[in-house]
Design a protein around this ligand. Structure first.
Ligand code: HSE
Length: 323
């Protein structure tokens, strides 16, 4: 199966590397040979990983690649909703399977794009959109398919988690910690999406859709970011044995789903998410049969996000191999 990449930033560079360097492993696991058909970028002049880009046809015509006859699976990893949502729709219209890491698109247009995929008999998969390498959507969709879920608590933005930790443990300034998160490839192209809580809101909306079929608009979610957290607040939290985290919460009570994203004090040794560190993500799910389930792991960055994307690509290849 031939894979076309929309975007060639931190994430899709890691995807391309895995497809190329582990072709035999992936073929063994999926039953299909996976090849790179090309990549579309917004800026052809931007420096790229030379070894990698040497063998990939790079274009700035994303629409042409997304609808090309030489592509079976489109992997979308570009920032923001536009033009991503139009490119995803065009690919689905053209009968391509789509794998996306784009939480803004899935939180805002996921319902209509999923309906479009269904209408065309293709798949739209987005395991990478929440939790990166942490398989939280697989848990909600599959492992807990027989459970009634009552609540989810999540640390689902690696950048803010990293920034707060750098400020609390290492006395870093807010700005220097953000710069470091950018350098490490965790932060969004526009880091205010992380800092003001939007990225966590998008992920929480997607979680609620998977847990309860809830169609919540991102703008309806109670949201407070981390801009007004001062080093003093963090030092006080430290003194009383805790940490401040940007906590996303979803509660389903009598069919009503309430969502919020805001900073919260979590006591170490008491709250299971209190020691989720750096760019890690953590998810605490309460459900009637399973009880409390905790998932945590690498939640941001190129390789962890590529892990989830390649998982979705392999799943699509297996479907094709089985048909
Ligand atoms: N900016 C996001 C984060 C990337 O920091 O969690 C992963 O979705």
């Amino acid at each position: 199966m031939r894979v076309g990449l929309l975007g060639l930033g931190t994430v899709n560079t890691a995807v391309a590397r895995r497809l190329r360097e582990e072709a035999a492993l992936l073929e063994g696991r999926s039953g299909k040979r996976l090849s790179l058909a090309g990549a579309a970028v917004f800026d052809l002049g931007k420096p790229r990983d030379v070894d990698l880009s040497a063998g990939i046809g790079i274009t700035d015509d994303a629409h042409a690649l997304a609808t090309s006859d030489s592509v079976d699976i489109v992997v979308e990893a570009t920032p923001g909703t536009d033009p991503a949502r139009h490119l995803i729709a065009a690919a689905l219209d053209a009968g391509k399977h789509v794998v996306t890491a784009n939480k803004a698109v899935m939180a805002t247009y996921g319902g209509e794009l999923s309906a479009l995929a269904l209408a065309h008999g293709v798949e739209l998969r987005h395991g990478a959109s929440v939790g990166a390498a942490v398989p939280i959507l697989e848990l909600l969709d599959n492992a807990l398919a027989g459970d009634r879920i009552s609540s989810i608590e999540a640390i689902c933005n690696g950048t803010t988690n990293f920034v707060l930790e750098q400020m609390q443990a290492h006395g870093a300034t807010f700005q220097s910690a953000i710069e470091e998160a950018k350098r490490l490839g965790f932060a969004e192209a526009d880091p205010s999406m992380d800092v003001d809580g939007w990225d966590a809101v998008f992920k929480l909306v997607i979680l609620a859709a998977h847990a309860w079929g809830a169609g919540v608009e991102p703008g309806e979610v109670h949201r407070r970011g981390i801009r007004d957290i001062a080093v003093d607040d963090l030092q006080r939290a430290d003194e009383i044995g805790g940490t401040v985290k940007l906590l996303a919460r979803a509660v389903c009570d009598g069919g009503k789903v309430e969502l919020s994203v805001e900073p919260a004090f979590l006591k170490l040794g008491e709250h299971p998410l209190a020691d989720v560190g750096g760019s890690e993500n953590g998810f605490l799910i309460n459900s009637d049969l399973a009880g409390t389930t905790l998932l945590r792991g690498a939640g941001a960055g190129g390789d962890p996000t590529a892990s989830a994307i390649v998982n979705d690509v392999v799943a699509l290849a297996r479907l094709r191999a089985a048909s």
